[in-house]
Design a binder for this molecule. Structure first.
Ligand code: PXP
Length: 384
């Protein structure tokens, strides 16, 4: 089995992991002895390739050049897949995905074409290709246990607000979180501004280079701020003034219309939306009806379980709900109360693409430093 990858673009950092994904696909499809060539290019070269081979003088996300037609045989070259990293980056941004997740989806699309699928032939063929892509993505999801870690820095601001001063600054924390290798920074702009301030959100929008998640209540004030600041993704959460922290998931069943309106308004501004909900199938089904892109499963009950039995029950519920959400086309995040002890059990849950963790990391950072605290959690989630 040989996968040849050529990168003629920035973003070569994704090469090893794309090669591994391609090798897994070849292996699982019984093509151990086939050759596959991958080429990663930028917009300019993709435009040239499109113009030269497909008579369309513009850039696209992925092109496949099959070297076989079905039935596909092992031992013979399978073909070439060209992926445009610039287009992938734009599409990832629009979908609130990280670049790797988008590249993986494009690899799968290209691979399905090489297997002889073609969505452009008609409705029936498009449905069949979609099923093949889902199957291939599932294969990769099961093999790979590399969710993202997004770090919530609210509590750095909580300490600052204790003296209403300037330190510690959550902006510094965000820089260290990124330097440590996390995939994103999360802040919750609360109505009472008890920790994160408007200034923090706006500065973070300027400096965060990975992914900025804004947690917020679906109020008119917050919707206006989000549409103005444009975080990479919004997570809608319930909010009560008296609570110490977010105490439960959003009741989407009850407020479906209001939440769907908020999702639409944010999506219309180009912002993908995640909804923070309890692991409850009726809430997940309602979340899917709002047309949100993601859910974040509230892991609070799992994290606070007092007995092994209780933890097992909550864990099973999270797994079941994560699967249901994926089946309904929702991406799955998880968060609340996760720490260095209870996160490892959730890591192999293939459907969870992102962990949102704050309190435990900031607490540990007080003693070992922010970079070290983030790196220790990254080791748990990514194994490296
Ligand atoms: N996800 C959501 C939606 C939250 O509201 C919070 C808390 O701000 C978290 C994740 C992080 O929880 P913790 O601070 O307990 O890690």
């Amino acid at each position: 089995m040989a996968v040849y990858l050529t990168t003629r673009c920035r973003g070569g950092v994704y090469a090893p992991i794309l090669i591994r994904a391609a090798q897994i696909l070849l292996n699982k499809k019984g093509l151990k002895n086939s050759e596959l060539s991958l080429l990663l290019v930028e917009d300019e070269e993709m435009t040239e390739i499109n113009a030269k081979w497909l008579s369309r003088p513009y850039t696209t996300n992925v092109i496949s050049f099959p070297q076989q037609s079905p039935p596909i045989k092992d031992n013979e070259p399978l073909g070439d897949i060209v992926i445009c990293i610039d287009t992938a980056r734009r599409e990832a941004h629009q979908a609130g995905q990280n670049l790797y997740q988008r590249l993986e989806a494009l690899l799968v699309h290209g691979f399905a074409h090489l297997l002889g699928e073609d969505h452009e032939l008609g409705e029936k063929e498009a449905l069949r290709m979609k099923a093949v892509e889902d199957e291939l993505l599932d294969i990769l999801r099961k093999e790979k246990v590399m969710a993202d870690l997004c770090v919530n820095v609210d509590h750095v601001a909580t300490i600052r607000q204790a003296r209403l001063g300037k330190e510690p600054d959550p902006i510094y924390a965000a820089v260290l979180v990124e330097l440590a290798g996390a995939d994103g920074v999360v802040v919750h702009l609360r109505e009472d501004r008890r920790h994160i301030q408007d200034r923090d959100l706006r500065l973070l929008r300027e400096i965060v280079k990975t992914r900025l998640t804004m947690e917020m209540a679906a109020t008119q004030e917050m919707l206006k701020i989000a549409c103005d600041v444009k975080p990479d993704i919004v997570t809608l959460v319930p909010e009560r003034r008296q609570e110490l922290t977010t105490e439960g998931g959003l009741d989407v069943v009850r407020f479906e219309k209001e939440i769907a309106d908020a999702v639409k308004r944010l999506n219309d501004s180009g912002i993908p939306v995640s909804i923070f909900i309890d692991p409850d199938s009726s809430q997940i089904e309602a979340a899917a009806r709002t047309k949100a892109q993601c859910i974040e499963i509230h892991t609070g009950r799992y994290a606070e379980a007092q007995t092994e039995e209780e933890e097992d029950k909550e864990f099973d519920l999270i797994v079941e709900c994560a699967k249901l959400a994926r089946d309904l086309g929702l991406r799955v995040h998880a968060g609340h109360g996760l720490d260095y002890r209870n996160t490892p059990r959730l890591v192999p849950v293939a459907e969870i693409e992102e962990f949102s963790i704050g309190h435990s990391i900031v607490s540990r950072a007080i003693f070992v430093g922010m970079e070290q605290a983030v790196k220790e959690m990254l080791k748990i989630i990514k194994g490296c």
